[in-house]
Design a binder for this molecule. Structure first.
Ligand code: ATP
Length: 282
């Protein structure tokens, strides 16, 4: 049996440059993994099948699961007639802007590479991942990286400065597609990605906080005022800055003081179920 960790990601920046002819949006995002994990267990089966097991509601147990699609891709590409059972122990909130499904898929690619001795490089795994979903390529690498194209072109970056990250997911579901549909040209091209890259390279925490930016945030907050309210609460309880991750609804606040992270956690716990204090994984 193979066990793989599938970490969540947050966006330190997210800019949309324009809508492409193929319908995708051209993006520029800086993402980093945090220590909130799903755990993936992969067991080989003699029978040629893919079984998905998860005790969590809203996680599909068939081809709609990105972990299933990852296993199918590997099996098809290498004509593997053995099967797998994939058990997903979810910690990452679902449909939250934290790339839980994409990270599960990336963990399956890594796990099957090991299980079946395929000797695929990270680049090859990321290429296969990009065919499953735009965020899967980043999740194959993890750490901190700049993602461009539709999110599948990955350039690793150094670790951001040390800090605590408090994640809070308001109890609402957000459809990424709906948020992108509401995005207008006025929202686009509004992030200085290069300045954030420099701040990360300089390991300059105040500038990293200052440069947090996500063009989807205004769109999500317009349609879901709970997200705006939660951001206000987090700032009021002492976060140095707060940003929404992906298309939301999860927001995260940064602080370098553990006691302050605890204060933010305690002040938000009463308002939503999903609150976590985590660290960036570098
Ligand atoms: P992103 O940040 O990449 O937009 P997300 O965190 O918003 O992703 P996910 O948690 O990946 O969203 O789930 C979005 C939808 O994908 C879910 O509603 C679910 O139906 C489907 N899904 C497919 N595979 C998985 C999986 N392994 N775990 C959770 N959801 C999955």
């Amino acid at each position: 049996m193979i066990v793989e960790k599938a970490p969540a990601k947050i966006n330190l920046t997210l800019d949309v440059l324009h809508k492409r002819e193929d319908g995708y949006h051209e993006v520029e995002m800086i993402m980093t993994t945090v220590d909130l994990f799903d755990q993936i267990q992969i067991t080989e089966l003699e029978e040629n099948t893919i079984l998905i097991q998860s005790e969590k509601r809203f996680v599909p147990d068939d081809y709609r699961n990105l972990a299933y699609q990852a296993a199918e891709k590997v099996k098809d590409k290498f004509n593997i007639t053995k099967g797998v059972q994939i058990s997903i122990y979810k910690q990452i909130p679902v449909a939250a802007g934290l790339a839980g499904g994409s990270s599960d898929a990336a963990a399956v690619l890594r796990g099957l590479n090991q299980l079946w001795d395929l000797h695929l490089s990270q680049e090859q795994l990321a290429e296969m991942g990009a065919e499953i979903g735009s965020d899967v390529a980043f999740c194959v690498y993890g750490g901190t990286a700049l993602a461009t194209g539709r999110g599948e072109k990955i350039k690793p970056l150094p670790s951001p400065p040390n800090c605590w990250v408090v994640l809070a997911k308001p109890s609402i579901g957000i459809s990424t597609r709906t948020i992108y549909e509401k995005l207008t040209a006025d929202h686009m091209n509004n992030v200085n990605t290069n300045d954030m890259i420099q701040a990360i390279k300089d390991r300059h925490y105040p500038t990293v906080c200052q440069r947090l930016a996500n063009v989807l945030e205004a769109v999500t907050m317009d349609t879901h005022p709970e997200v705006k309210w939660m951001k206000y609460q987090m700032l009021k309880s002492g976060a140095d800055n707060v940003l929404m991750s992906g298309s939301g609804p999860t927001i995260f606040g940064l602080t370098q003081k553990e006691s302050r992270a605890e204060r933010i956690y305690n002040s938000l716990r009463g308002f939503c179920e999903d609150v976590y204090v985590v660290r960036m994984l570098g």
